[in-house]
Design a protein around this ligand. Sequence first.
Ligand SMILES: [Zn+2]
Length: 350
Amino acid sequence: MRKLIHGGTIVNEGQSFSGAIVIEDNRIAAIMPENEPPRSNFDEIIDATGCFVIPGIIDTHVHFREPGMEDKANIESESRAAAYGGVTSFFEMPNTNPQTTTIDALNDKFERAKRSSHINYSFFFGATNANSDTITQLDKHLVPGVKLFMGASTGNMLVDRRSALESIFATAAAEGLPVMTHCEDSGIINENMKKAKALYGDDPDISHHYEIRSEKACRESSQLAVELALKHKTRLHIAHLSTARELDLLQQPPARDFVTMEAVIAHLYFTNDDYAVKRALIKCNPSVKTAHDRAELRRALADGRISTVSTDHAPHLLSQKQGGCACATSGMPWCNSLYRRCWNLSITAF
Ligand SMILES: [Zn+2]
């Protein structure tokens, strides 16, 4: 069985070029520039004109819900969905039940994935207010890093004690492990939610989500994370950046040595205007923000200030995505449609 993929832009190992790929019996037999068209007979020819042809995607931010939330999804179902979307490796987050905050819970996830994952995998270790000692026991060749919720979200793993934050950043730095943060200040969010409930009732309309999980909540939390990273010389990766103002944090010269930033599809794709039609289906934490924020995130992705794109794949039951700011769950599934979304982004944004 010989297959030819031609006409696309091949992206591989730091290069991109127009070219063709010959596949024989499901293995790549040749990669060649477009000006050297292969002369041969093929059983199948795929015209990839207008497309990027890329290796399997590593999705570094997913929630597969196992263990503890298998009514929503599990490692088998979501790794199958990921493979369908072109993802060949995933890093999964610790806000499961039990949370991945002990060595036993971490090992249990690796065992489950060994039995049921269709693709390559690893798991973030979750930080808590009291487990920084356990970070010293992690195998840094096995886990991608420590996930730190500096804001509450699904499966409440908020770390809010200053001494715990200092200890996590210091220990991770000493162990050579990156810290990946969810940055939203819970104090600001709780205050905003209280005000919104006073004005709009117990479950404020979803159109207020971006005012409750506000720009200020993101910026203040990210600022604290950057300060801690610079103080302890910790490798910090800020997850799902959602506001233009947080990009300023990279401008202090030492920050570029320690801090990287991730964008996820929701914030590159939607704005608060989309709540009118999509309602809580696009509710996620941090919230999608304004058209200005989206434009700046896209610009930062194009010029390299944002270094990774992930899905933040976070499935729920459709019945759980009803209601407003207080009642609807946050998160949405993505990795099964990643290729299509990226392609759409490439033509609309760049
Ligand atoms: Zn997430």
